[in-house]
Design a binder for this molecule. Structure first.
Ligand SMILES: Cc1ncc(C[n+]2csc(CCOP(=O)(O)OP(=O)(O)O)c2C)c(N)n1
Length: 340
């Protein structure tokens, strides 16, 4: 049995508080995103809404394995849970979606394109795979400054992103430099409506890790505890000097590509398969059966997070949007010699 599958199945005790943190981030993200979906359908959000429904276990397991204030996390469109686990406040999300001038992007950039670079969260780049070289570059910069010790830089990508040039160049460079980079691939079987067999011809995306000489790990992305184990292990290996690590998580996205898409191209049989399990539902069962939380506790968390989501939406809704007449920002520098 490959080492990683063994790690996935092992019954090694997990840290109770850590598992509870991961689960709470999943739950909070699901509640927040279901509110965002309603706001979108009510016409209250400008631009697209992209959800991580079904991918929360993978994303939260990564976000919670990273150390706030030290590590780097470049979240992508399915990473509300990872952002929450890494410490992004809900208000950053609602302010950006609702265009508040008080948000981290000051109401100038849309929905998921938000970040706090100084706090280790580069603002999301839409171009697929592009964050792999960005995180690699940030790690290299820390090496040059002498501040890389004990740091991990991580990003998530989809299966489609693994066929882009930026992904390959980024992984290759990180492998050559043995950077502490973790790339988690959420293989949700589709890149928009293009299925895996029209995207790549290798048997498994892990073959790509082998090709570049980086550590490879495979995990059932619908299994909360397996995600905590396998992704946690990959982060630990990178932190301890093992070089770049790639995790491929098998799952299905339980929403359309964005809320404008009904996902009707996903075959029913796939939805009914193991891949189509809802990681939150599986996670609730695991939490209760394995004693990480009680039914009552989960109910209390749900109520508390629902209130927090409502409060974050209400606050952002009453805040001003940018005033074009008082904005002094421009894309091109007005400094002498600074323009294009
Ligand atoms: C370089 C580039 N090409 C195309 C797009 C348009 N686009 C955005 S998301 C997406 C599909 C992404 O699929 P995948 O990487 O599998 O991630 P998923 O959405 O399934 O999580 C495409 C084609 C883009 N953003 N960047």
């Amino acid at each position: 049995m490959p080492e990683t599958e063994e790690a996935e199945r092992t019954s090694v005790d997990l840290d109770r508080d850590h598992v509870r943190d991961v689960f709470q981030a999943m739950l909070k993200a699901r509640l927040l995103e279901s509110k965002l979906s309603s706001l979108y359908k009510a016409g209250k959000i400008v631009g697209g809404v992209y959800l991580g429904k079904g991918q929360e276990a993978v994303s939260a397991a990564l976000g919670a394995s990273l150390i706030q204030g030290r590590d780097i996390f470049a979240a992508l469109i399915r990473d509300q849970a990872g952002r929450t686990a890494f410490g992004e406040p809900l208000i950053d999300c609602t302010r950006t979606y609702l265009g508040s001038v008080l948000g981290p992007m000051k109401g100038r950039d849309g929905n998921i394109h938000r970040g706090r670079p100084r706090e280790g969260m580069p603002a999301m780049i839409s171009h697929l795979g592009a964050q792999v070289p960005v995180v690699g570059g940030m790690l290299l910069a820390r090496r040059l400054k002498g501040t890389l010790a004990g740091v991990v830089g991580a990003t998530c990508v989809g299966d489609g992103a693994t066929s882009t040039g930026a992904f390959h160049e980024g992984i290759n460079m990180a492998a050559v430099e043995r950077l502490p980079l973790v790339v988690v691939v959420g293989n949700n079987q589709f890149a928009y409506s293009t299925p895996n067999d029209r995207q790549f011809a290798c048997a498994d995306l892990l073959d790509r890790a082998k090709g570049y000489g980086v550590g490879g790990h495979s995990v059932d992305g619908t299994d909360l505890l397996a995600c905590v184990r396998v992704i946690g292990r990959a982060v630990r290996l990178a932190r301890e000097g093992g070089g770049p690590q790639m995790v491929v998580a098998r799952l299905l996205r339980l929403s359309g590509h964005g809320e404008h898409d009904d996902g009707s191209y996903v075959p029913g049989a796939l939805r009914q398969s193991q891949l189509g399990r809802d990681c939150l539902e599986t996670g609730i069962i695991q939490m209760i059966e394995q004693g990480y939380a009680s039914v009552d506790e989960i109910e209390q968390w749900k109520n508390r997070f629902t209130d927090e989501v409502q409060a974050a939406v209400a606050q952002a809704q009453q805040e001003p949007t940018p005033d074009p007449w008082s904005e002094d920002w421009r894309a091109c520098s007005s400094e002498p010699g600074g323009g294009i």
